[in-house]
Design a protein around this ligand. Structure first.
Ligand code: HEM
Length: 485
C-alpha cells in the first residue's frame, strides 16, 4: 500500500521515514519536526485553502526562515526576498508553474527558462505598457467600468448588488476584449459566457491536478462540469481561434496581439505563432480576471465598513470633471491611497511565489539552503510585518499619503521593498498598468454614482474571510451592497 502524500510503501515505512528525516538537505533549518520527512501538513493547508495562513503562523513561531517540507522553505526575510526576486536572478520559477500549464505549449506565466521567457515578456510588455493602453484601450476600460457601476447601482437601488460578481465581470470583459478584440458582452447580460465558464473550470482543474495528480482519473467521469475542468482544452483552443483571426486580420479594432505579432515580425525576436497567440490570450484573461475582481471587491468592503473614509473618498471624487480621464485620477491622494492599502492587505495574489535555489546553494537569512530547494516568499507575511509597517493589521490609507500626494515616497525604504502585490523582478505582473487603470475607473465611478451605498446585511466579516487557492477570494464568493434605506 502507498501512503498518500508521503509516497512510501507501508512495508518499509519506518526505515524510509527515518532515512528521509536524517538525510533531508533542509533538516538543519527551523521548522516543525514533521516537516523533516513529509509535506503532508503543508499539502493539507494547500488543499483546504489555508496555505497563506499556515505559512504565516509558522513564521510567527519559527522566524523568517522555516522548513515547510523536506524540499521546501518559506522565507520572510527582506534581504533574502531581494536576492531571490532581483532582476537577473538565478532563482527561477519552480516546476510547479510548468505543471500548471495544461495547453500544448507553455505561455508567459508558466515558462521557467529565462531564455524562453525573456523574449515573450518583452513582446507582451509593449502591448500592456501604460502609453499603449492609454492610446488604444483607455476608452474601452472607462466605458466598461461605467457600465459595471450602472449595473451595480440599478441592482442596489432595487434590492442588493453582488459587487463580487460585477467586478469579476468587469475584469473579464476588459481582458477578453483586449485579448480577442471584440466585446464578450458579459456585463450587459450580468453573467459569464460559456467560454469564460470553461476557462475558469479548466484553471481550477489544473490547480487540483498540480496538487493531487491522482485526481487526473476524474478526466474519465462523464459529467459536463467535470469534463470542463479536466478536458476543456480543445473547446477553449478552438474558441481562442478568434483571437488569432482578429490579430491577423488587421482590420477594424484589432486586439493586443496584433501589436505583439507586428513587433515580433519587425524585430525577428521572440517569434510568436498562432498557438502562442491562443494560449497567451487565455493567459491574459486568466491572470487579469479574478486578480482585479477580487481586489476591487475587498476595496469596496474595506471602504464601506468605514463611513468617514467613504464620505472623504466620495467628496474627493465629487471634484472630478464629468468626462474625467485616468490622468485626472492619478493625482487624487485618497483614491490612490485606498487602492494601495487594499493591495497591501487584500491584494488578490498574496501567496507563495515558489522559486528554486540555484546551483551551489545559497545563504539566506543566515542559513545555508542547498541547491534545488524550493524557496517561497509570500506578500501576505511581508505586508503584515510589524517591523515594517506601523499597526500592520489596520486598514489605514493615510499611511500612503505624504504631503498630500499618494506616492510611495512616504514609505520607509523597507516598506517600499516589502510591498509587492504585483510580484517582483522579471516575473512581476505584466498587467499592472491595466489593473491600476481598471481599479481607478471602477472606484471613481462607484463612489461618484453610488453615494451613501452600504454593505448588505448578509455580508459580514465572516463571509468576507478569505480562502487561498494561489489567489484569495471571499469565502462566500459574494459581497452585497445596497442603496435601499
Ligand atoms: C489587481 C490585479 C492584479 C494582481 C494583484 C496581480 C498580481 C500578479 C502577481 C503577484 C504576479 C506574479 C506571479 C508569480 O510570480 O508567480 C503576476 C503575474 C502576471 N500577471 Fe498579474 N495581477 C493583476 C492583474 C493582472 C492583469 C489585469 C493582467 C492582464 C494582462 C495580468 C497578467 C499577468 C501576467 C501575464 C503575469 C505573468 C508575468 C510573467 O511571468 O512574466 N495581471 N500578477
Amino acid at each position: 500500500m502507498t501512503i498518500p502524500f508521503i509516497g512510501l510503501t507501508s512495508s518499509c515505512l519506518p526505515h524510509q521515514i527515518l532515512y528521509i528525516a536524517s538525510t533531508a538537505s533542509t533538516r538543519h533549518l527551523p521548522g516543525p519536526w514533521y516537516s523533516r520527512f513529509t509535506h503532508y501538513r503543508l499539502k493539507k493547508a494547500v488543499v483546504s485553502g489555508q496555505r497563506v495562513f499556515y505559512i504565516d503562523s509558522l513564521h510567527k513561531k519559527y522566524g523568517p526562515i522555516v522548513r515547510l517540507s523536506p524540499h521546501e522553505v518559506a522565507i520572510a526575510d527582506l534581504e533574502s526576498f531581494k536576492e531571490i526576486h532581483k532582476i537577473g536572478t538565478k532563482y527561477l520559477k519552480d516546476g510547479w508553474y510548468e505543471r500548471l500549464a495544461n495547453f500544448p505549449k507553455r505561455g508567459i506565466f508558466t515558462m521557467v527558462d529565462p531564455r524562453e521567457h525573456g523574449p515573450r515578456r518583452k513582446l507582451l510588455s509593449r502591448s500592456f505598457s501604460r502609453s499603449y493602453l492609454v492610446e488604444n484601450w483607455e476608452h474601452i476600460v472607462r466605458a466598461k467600468a461605467q457600465l459595471a457601476v450602472s449595473k451595480i447601482k440599478t441592482a442596489a437601488l432595487s434590492h442588493v448588488a453582488d459587487v463580487y460578481n460585477w467586478w469579476m465581470l468587469l475584469a473579464s470583459d476588459v481582458t477578453a476584449h483586449l485579448a480577442f478584440g471584440e466585446p464578450f458582452g458579459m456585463l450587459e447580460v450580468g453573467h459569464a459566457n460559456q467560454f469564460m465558464r470553461v476557462l475558469k473550470a479548466l484553471t481550477m482543474g489544473a490547480g487540483i491536478m498540480v496538487e493531487m495528480p491522482l485526481l487526473r482519473i476524474l478526466r474519465f467521469v462523464p459529467i459536463t462540469r467535470v469534463q470542463e475542468m479536466f478536458n476543456g482544452n480543445e473547446y477553449l483552443l478552438k474558441g481562442a481561434d478568434r483571437a488569432v483571426e482578429m490579430a491577423r486580420s488587421r482590420t477594424g479594432e484589432a486586439n493586443v496581439f496584433a501589436k505583439v505579432i507586428e513587433d515580433s515580425e519587425k524585430e525577428g525576436e521572440g517569434h510568436i505563432d498562432d498557438m502562442d497567440v491562443r494560449i497567451e490570450a487565455m493567459n491574459v484573461i486568466i491572470a487579469g480576471t479574478d486578480t482585479t475582481g477580487v481586489t476591487l471587491t475587498y476595496l469596496t468592503w474595506a471602504v464601506l465598513q468605514r463611513p468617514e473614509l467613504q464620505a472623504a473618498l466620495e467628496a474627493e471624487i465629487a471634484t472630478l470633471p464629468d468626462n474625467f480621464k485616468e490622468n485626472d485620477l492619478i493625482p487624487l491622494p485618497l483614491l490612490n491611497a485606498v487602492i494601495e492599502e487594499t493591495l497591501r492587505l487584500y491584494g488578490a495574489a498574496p501567496s507563495s511565489l515558489p522559486r528554486v535555489v540555484p546551483q551551489g546553494g545559497a545563504k539566506l537569512g543566515g542559513h545555508y539552503i542547498p541547491q534545488g530547494t524550493t524557496v517561497c516568499t509570500q506578500a501576505y507575511t511581508f505586508h503584515r510585518d510589524p517591523n515594517i509597517w506601523n499597526d500592520p493589521l489596520a486598514f489605514n490609507p493615510q499611511r500612503w499619503i505624504g504631503t498630500n500626494e499618494a506616492t510611495p515616497e512616504a514609505l520607509t525604504p523597507d516598506a517600499k521593498t516589502a510591498f509587492h502585490p504585483f510580484g517582483a523582478g522579471a516575473r512581476s505582473c505584466v498587467g499592472v498598468h491595466l489593473a491600476r487603470m481598471e481599479m481607478r475607473y471602477a472606484v471613481a465611478f462607484f463612489f461618484r454614482e453610488c453615494k451613501g451605498i452600504k454593505l448588505g446585511p448578509r455580508t459580514t466579516p465572516e463571509t468576507m474571510e478569505f480562502e487561498n487557492f494561489f489567489l484569495i477570494a471571499p469565502k462566500a464568493h459574494r459581497c452585497e451592497v445596497t442603496l435601499r434605506p
